[in-house]
Design a protein around this ligand. Structure first.
Ligand code: GUN
Length: 305
């Protein structure tokens, strides 16, 4: 049986560091890093993620603000609003919460953000710099995955790392970061043949495809480090029972909230893994901590502090 790799202690360490450094910036320059999170439309999950990010800013001494823009905002209005944020010297980080409402062109919207303020690390320039292994703002969740892997004392160099999921915000940037750390990367997706067989060769397995409980023990090598990026709202008690057995806490959560959060990895995988992140409580806290770090880094670069 492996050990649970909790995100909170690792995230707390990073947050504490950021808090100290923000206070130093304030003393040195009279300014603090500023982050704007933009919610286009009213996706409830996005709203709650942005509130957590805003609260983290408040706790660490950064300026944090959520802007609510209408789902049907006209293309040029959206562009003009992002340009105004690009030009606002108090703002160091701009984050447009994804997914965008239907009809909005995600790639185009991201391209309108100043790369110097792209704290999500998904602007083509940020990703291009990551490909070149140059200093850049890089995506928060993959950075968090690396911090979690490092916290176990596992070295990435020379390891077989299998990532399931090829999203712009997790799978693809993570594959570049691992490559830059001299790991050997395989990215899997819905068309991969013998997915279980490929995953079972991984020293480090990262599940980031957004399918509740898809990864079972047959996907996992004995002694692997398993990082579960999945965070799926599940409303069906039968699915919860299949994954967790009788779990009164989760079932009562479904009764009160209408859903419970479930990862991509079945909890029983802990029996084979050396380390495994829980979900929730694994990667999530790191994503927010790394966003604070990225906003501080963006501030430093912009102000030369
Ligand atoms: N939606 C889910 N995760 C993220 C993230 O890290 N950044 C943004 N912008 N949207 C998300």
């Amino acid at each position: 049986m492996g050990q649970w790799l909790e995100g909170k202690p690792v995230a707390d360490g990073i947050r504490e560091q950021v808090k100290v450094e923000v206070a130093r910036c304030r003393e040195a320059s009279g300014k603090v890093p500023g982050l704007v999170g933009v919610l286009i439309g009213d996706n409830p999950a996005s709203q709650s993620y942005l509130r957590m990010k805003e609260k983290a800013c408040q706790n660490l001494g950064l300026f944090g603000q959520i802007q609510y823009w209408p789902a049907d905002i006209a293309r040029l209005d959206l562009k003009a609003r992002l340009e105004a944020l690009n030009a606002d010297d108090r703002i160091d980080g701009i984050l447009v919460q994804l997914p965008l409402p239907k009809g909005q062109d995600t790639q185009e919207v991201i391209s309108w953000i100043d790369p110097a303020k792209d704290v999500d690390g998904i602007h083509p320039i940020s990703l291009g710099r990551l490909v070149q292994n140059q200093p850049c703002l890089s995506a928060c969740t993959p950075r968090g995955c690396l911090e979690l892997i490092r916290s176990t004392g596992t070295s990435i160099e020379g390891k077989n790392v299998v990532i399931v999921g090829r999203s712009l915000i997790v799978g693809k940037p993570l594959s570049l970061m691992i490559t830059n750390e001299n790991g050997t990367v395989t990215i899997c997706h819905s068309k991969t043949r013998d997915l279980a067989g490929v995953c079972a060769r991984a020293d480090i397995l990262v599940a980031a495809m957004g399918k509740p409980g898809f990864i079972g023990p047959e996907f996992v090598k004995e002694g692997a480090v398993v990082i579960d990026v999945g965070s799926n709202a599940v409303a069906d008690k039968d699915i919860v029972r299949r994954l967790f057995g009788a779990d009164p806490k989760r079932e009562s959560e479904i009764d009160t909230k209408g859903y419970t959060w479930v990862g991509d990895v079945q909890p029983k995988v802990i029996d084979k893994a050396a380390w495994m992140t829980p979900s929730p409580g694994g990667v999530g806290p790191l994503t927010i901590a790394m966003l604070m770090r990225n906003t501080l880094d963006a501030f430093r670069r912009r102000h030369g502090v």
